[in-house]
Design a protein around this ligand. Structure first.
Ligand code: SF4
Length: 317
């Protein structure tokens, strides 16, 4: 019987681990495969990484029998604890077969939506994943520009970007991507890329770069919180329909908005801008932060005090 890795938070919420978590996950995160052939400098699963194989970002991934995972996720879904499954398959030699087989196992006992991130090369493969039951497909950019993509992933931007656009056009509203703040891009570059993705109806899951021991970029610092907060605000306002033309930049940093002050405050006062973004019900607790640390992405609604603090952290004019 195959073994699957699931995030420690997933193991806890579906009852496969006794560890109690402060911030429950609302998505079940699965990571399949090992020995990724890609060489992303920030990723614990990369072929250039010396990190322990059961890490991704700063989350640990214990292993369980696949049938047990599928059945316990189905139970947790029936109880309303889990609302989505995120299936990430690392880019090893068995990637495609592993994806199809695992999707079939998960689909047979579950009717909650499944987001699949695998190493596809064509819209035809994306179609096959939808035919096998995927609700959404993730094609990660990670880097916001060709320059950042090349320097952080040793890979071809054109191929990935064109595939993302092709799939977004073929499957409107069903494609997600990931963007990581802090790989060396400017705020203007990141916000422009988010705006283009939204124009193509691509959902963006925003991450903060997190140095992981054993990776090539283990000593690189995470992005300053004020930078991350500004990108979150810009992303939220773009989702709310505001034009990027209303954003003001100085030396490629976001400094303000041509939006009525009170209206802007009303838009941002509930703190939703600072919650985890991406597929619905994806909250990724502790992907980018340690328990007790300030959240880059809040995995739940913010309280009033947290919302005020997050806004102050933007340091906008
Ligand atoms: S946004 Fe969340 S659920 Fe969607 S692919 Fe990314 S990690 Fe998975």
């Amino acid at each position: 019987m195959k073994k699957w890795k699931i995030s420690a938070g997933t193991a806890s919420i579906i009852g496969l681990s006794a560890i109690r978590v402060q911030e429950p996950t609302t998505t079940a995160y699965l990571m399949l495969g090992e020995n990724c052939l890609q060489a992303c400098k920030f990723c614990a699963q990369s072929r250039t990484s010396q990190a322990r194989a059961h890490f991704l970002s700063r989350v640990s991934w214990p292993e369980f029998e696949s049938s047990l995972v599928a059945a316990t996720i189905a139970d947790a879904a029936r109880q309303g604890k889990i609302r989505r499954i995120c299936l990430q398959v690392v880019g090893d030699a068995d990637n495609w077969l592993n994806t199809i087989q695992s999707l079939a196992i998960l689909k047979s006992g579950n009717d909650i939506p499944i987001s699949v991130s695998s190493c596809i090369n064509s819209a035809d493969q994306a179609q096959q994943l939808f035919d096998c039951g995927a609700a959404r497909i993730g094609i990660a950019l990670d880097g916001a520009t060709p320059r950042i993509f090349q320097s952080s992933k040793h890979s071809s931007w054109d191929k990935r970007w064109n595939l993302l656009l092709e799939c977004a056009q073929a499957f409107p509203g069903k494609i997600s991507t990931h963007l990581i703040v802090g790989l060396g891009e400017t705020e203007r570059e990141m916000i422009s890329r988010i705006a283009v993705c939204l124009d193509h109806d691509i959902t963006v899951g925003l991450f903060a770069f997190t140095p992981v021991r054993g990776t090539e970029w283990q000593h690189r610092p995470p992005p300053p919180i004020e930078c991350y907060r500004r990108v979150q605000v810009a992303y939220y306002l773009l989702r709310r329909g505001y034009s990027p033309d209303l954003f003001s930049f100085e030396q490629d940093k976001l400094v303000g908005f041509s939006i009525d002050r009170q209206q802007l405050y009303q838009e941002l006062a509930d703190g939703k801008a600072f919650q985890t973004s991406g597929c619905s019900y994806c909250n990724r607790p502790y992907y980018n932060e340690r328990p007790g640390q300030l959240f880059y992405n809040y995995p739940r609604q913010l309280n009033a005090q947290e919302a005020v603090l997050a806004l102050e952290q933007c340091r906008l004019k």
